[in-house]
Design a protein around this ligand. Structure first.
Ligand SMILES: Nc1nc2c(c(=O)[nH]1)N[C@H]1C(S)=C(S)[C@@H](COP(=O)(O)OP(=O)(O)OC[C@H]3O[C@@H](n4cnc5c(N)ncnc54)[C@H](O)[C@@H]3O)O[C@H]1N2
Ligand code: MOO
Length: 405
């Protein structure tokens, strides 16, 4: 029995266990998922400081000519105190001297006899950046399950944190099966074709920051598929393509059966990709994609990506669709949920000119897809659709409804 997309995703999320942990330096942390909470141990800024190159002054000296005795630079440990009738010259980022009530930018002053003339109506605290106004000591900065991007590294560096605990990256093993397949570095005969699924999935899994191993291309025999499975068993996720249908040379699921394969679902109510199968061997997740290239690539985007997110330890582990408007009227055959590739230009979604499960050309033009409901036979120009990006990862903490009604 085929399961719905929602049921398939639920089975994936309930059966996939997050990876174990390790400690790494923050310079290597980009793309990892944090496995601990991080609390600020320093205020930021650490001290009250000047936001401008100018003068530290008292409010009561508004409009007066005041004397200037010294200059403070960023990084100086100046211990003096500001008195009335005086200004201390100060550079941006320098700690303000005791008694400072505001900073006057250089360009707002004029040279006068013995010092500088200050403007009228000075405002208290103007151009002062106060300790802790950005980050307060004790404040929670990051949480377990947050993804480390460049700006999370900023926060860690600001606290002098050199190492963090993260989830290990999922390790993925990939192989394809099919007697007709040759690798791009091999000779291809006129009755054969290049294996395009594995290089595609390999690149995509790397984009999703997994460690990836290419095991090879199996011929359609149980023996050869067994050999490929054995080589893949030390990884966390095994992704195959081909051999999942009902043909006389479709052995993939049978071959996994030898290794204690527990199938979670072996058909999905989706077009293309109905034969997509997901199961597990112990804690290893197995994704058997259909051979048809567009079907394999699109089903990877839904099910492969979900396994990776679920294993990553991320809080925002659910695919999150983006609202777009349909560029043109679009007619389709109802019956099963249809996955439709296209291009999102920031406002409108344009369906690929031609696409079919066995094609590869649509994906190179596309940057996203929509899933039309099984009852949908027409999508009107300008109507709202939910697009799922294939070029960047947009995720949410709660499960999102992906189908466009
Ligand atoms: N009688 C039925 N036949 C088929 C059904 C069905 O329900 N009843 N389902 C169809 C659907 S849907 C799909 S999808 C395919 C899935 O078949 P397999 O997963 O067994 O895939 P293959 O037969 O091995 O290959 C299908 C197609 O894709 C090409 N291919 C395979 N691997 C690659 C690769 N790595 N790179 C590039 N191209 C690849 C292969 O040459 C075939 O043309 O079954 C339908 N049949
Ligand atoms: O998955 Mo098949 O490619 O539906 O055509």
């Amino acid at each position: 029995m085929a399961v719905t997309i929602e049921k398939a995703l639920e089975l994936i999320y309930t059966n996939t266990k997050p990876k174990s942990l390790k400690i790494i330096p923050i310079e290597e942390a980009l793309g990892y998922i944090l496995a601990e909470d991080i609390t600020a141990v320093h205020n930021l800024p650490p001290y009250d400081n000047s936001a401008m190159d100018g003068y530290a002054v008292k409010i009561e000296d508004s409009g007066k000519c005041v004397t200037v005795h010294c200059t403070i630079f960023a990084g100086d440990d100046f211990k003096g105190e500001l008195s009335c009738g005086e200004a201390i010259k100060i550079m941006t980022g320098a700690r303000i001297p005791l008694g400072t009530q505001c900073i006057v930018p250089i360009e707002d002053t004029q040279i006068c006899d013995g010092g500088v003339k200050l403007p009228e109506n000075l405002t208290i605290s103007k151009h002062i950046r106060f300790a802790g106004e950005d980050i307060k000591k004790g404040q929670k900065l990051l949480s377990r399950g947050d993804k480390i991007d460049a700006h999370q590294i900023t926060l860690l560096a600001s606290q002098g944190i050199s190492h963090i605990k993260v989830y290990k990256k999922p390790r993925i093993a990939l192989f394809a099966s099919g007697n007709e397949l040759k690798m791009h570095f091999e000779q291809v005969e006129e009755y054969q074709l290049y294996n395009t699924n594995t290089p595609t999935l390999l690149a995509r899994a790397k984009e999703l920051r997994c460690e990836v191993e290419f095991i090879g291309t199996a011929v359609d025999t149980l023996d050869d598929i067994h050999t490929h499975i054995k080589s893949a068993l030390d990884c966390d996720i095994i992704i195959t393509s081909g051999g999942v249908s009902v043909g006389d040379a479709d052995f993939t699921k049978e071959a996994f059966g030898n290794f204690g394969y527990e199938i979670l679902f072996d058909k999905v109510e989706i077009k293309p990709g109905k034969p997509t199968t997901v199961g597990k061997i112990g804690d290893k997740m197995i994704l058997n994609l259909p051979g048809n290239p567009l079907a394999a690539a699109l089903n990877f985007e839904l099910f492969g990506r979900s396994i990776i997110y679920a294993m990553s330890g991320a809080k925002a582990k659910f695919i999150n669709p983006i609202r777009a408007k349909m560029k043109n009227d679009f007619q389709l055959r109802p019956g099963r949920r249809s996955v439709i590739p296209g291009y999102f230009d920031g406002e409108f979604f344009t369906v690929c000119e031609q696409y079919a499960p066995g094609m590869i050309s649509p994906l190179a033009q596309a940057n996203s897809f929509i899933i039309a409901s099984q009852t949908c036979d027409f999508i009107k120009e300008g109507s709202s659709v939910k697009i799922i990006s294939t070029k960047f990862s947009f995720t949410a903490k709660e499960f999102q409804e992906l189908v466009t009604p």
